[in-house]
Design a protein around this ligand. Sequence first.
Ligand SMILES: *Cc1c(COP(=O)(O)O)cnc(C)c1O
Length: 370
Amino acid sequence: MTTEYQDLSIPERVLLGPGPSNIPPSVSNAMSQNMLGHLDPVFLTIMEEVQEMLRSVFMTENRFTIPISGTGSAGMESALVNTIEKGDHVLICVNGVFGTRMCDIVERCGGILKRIDAEWGKPIDTDFVRQTLEDFPARIVAIVHAETSTGVLQPLEEISQIVHERGALFIVDAVTSLAGTELKIDDWDVDVCYSGTQKCLSCPPGLAPVTFSQRAIEKLRERKGSVQSWYLDMTMLEKYWGPERVYHHTAPISMIYALRESLRLVLEEGLQARWERHRKYHNELVSGLEKLGLSMLVEEKYRTPMLNSVIIPETADDVSVRQQLLKEYNIEVGSGLGPLKGKIWRIGLMGHSCTRENVEVVLHALKNLL
Ligand SMILES: *Cc1c(COP(=O)(O)O)cnc(C)c1O
């Protein structure tokens, strides 16, 4: 067995898949700054700044806004395990991989699950949500804002209203949408929202920003039993992120530096400008793809700008095109998942990866390969 390993050397890819996206140099630099103790006063200030900046990016006043240690799925799990008690009725809207994942978690928490489905590539029908809630006494309704497995952007405002008329909590998956398209937690009255760092925030994977409304905190306070996950229990995490600073687990210090820098960049650019940038290059990509004779999976009105699902033409081979993109052009794009496997490519334009240059590079490569 060899004990000699070469120094680590990572190729420079153009990351145009479903995440991670490329990270700006200042985010890498932030990660390599000096280590601090997790209760060091300098680190505590960074934690406060991260919370403040997250509130701005989520567009919320929610005091309980923190990055969970873990990827987007840990954010999903924290949203569900903290709100669901055994026997609670939970409605999950499913039109892709991530809605399906939520159903799995609900069952593991002992929730009484009802799911409503839409075809993958289509949004959830608002009237169907309304009708379902007429006989199903949901305490919680959860939905994905930008379904990364299909490229659908789900309108949320009307569903939020329906959910609250029924007195239920409204949970939204914004892993891909946060900082890439309009998302207004307070204006849209979202009770729990979670995201991930590696999509439009352009930070490495490893943290899941979450925000809990007062209504969600009340549901948490009224629980009869403790939260099934020790690690994701918000009643304990709030004592570390709140003024008490009680040790729960060691914060991933370097990741929090990186998140601070990526949030700083988001706010420096401005949310509105960032949303517009994503929309603009999405439009340029789509028109370029159409010029190559390709068509999109999702109807124009429901396309999410940061994830573009393009139908693979019959003359092309899914795997070999993606392999050539990677080998010859250093470009990563995503494959289809579940029923869309072999049917679509998923071209991400997220955060730092969302540039005119990248649109041109991927269009040029596809033109040559097809
Ligand atoms: C990526 C993603 C997740 C899961 O995040 P991980 O970081 O892979 O755990 C959840 N929901 C959506 C919509 C996503 O795009």
